[in-house]
Design a protein around this ligand. Sequence first.
Ligand code: SAM
Length: 250
Amino acid sequence: MHRFFLSSDHIEGSEVRFPNSTSRQLSRVLRIQAGEKVVVLDNAGWEYEVILTNLMGNHAIGHVEERRLVSGEPNVHITLYQCILKGSKFDLVLQKCTEVGVSSFVPIYSERTIPNIGANNDQSRREERWNKILTEAAEQSGRGLIPTLNRAVDFRTACGIVMNPAIIPWEEESGTSLQSGLREIKRVENPLSRVEIFIGPEGGFSTAEVDYARSLGIIPVSLGVRILRAETAAIVSVSGVMYELGLLGG
Ligand code: SAM
């Protein structure tokens, strides 16, 4: 069943009035007919099974048949501190890591981050586009909540606000693997309720940056001997954490 996140003001008692954009998507793109069902999510932890009763172009109305708590959310809150990347690579990280299970994204810029943050209007337009990617990825993958997108901050500020346990994958780390790093963390807190992950830019973190993170208890870990592109490293790290914590099914 198709899933749509709607703000709660579209859900009044047992009636759902879809916004024009979703109504058009239902009738013209998905060609859904009255009588068919969709799932509506309020991004506050509830989902509603809705039978469409009226579909006219820009106006779609449905009736709530069932209200239930959302499923599809991992029981570990993963925050990804991702250096802003060139072109559509950052978009790819948002989409794929939403599918895998990240709950919160913090765009960061470090010494070697290439694109500057740009003027405020660029930033707000960029955030609008990124939030759209998060919403669509959450709908497609069956998430119960849309991951949050935080304001971009610089690397050292991010290190200061991070709540351990946190890891920083670094290609020059050879002593601690992702797995051993997580096992070290689980010795301190088990079961884990949160994990925070830092991924660098195309040019990587500087040694000084990694040393600074280490001084604050953020654990450098290796993802193996091969050098991964930043967007690959983000997906691999999140997948590895989810796997190690038994959250990839089963
Ligand atoms: N120094 C790298 C190079 O020589 O191409 C550039 C950094 S890599 C493209 C981007 C980011 O991915 C790194 O900052 C790191 O966070 C992560 N990364 C890539 N490969 C990794 C590995 N084998 N182990 C740990 N982290 C890795």
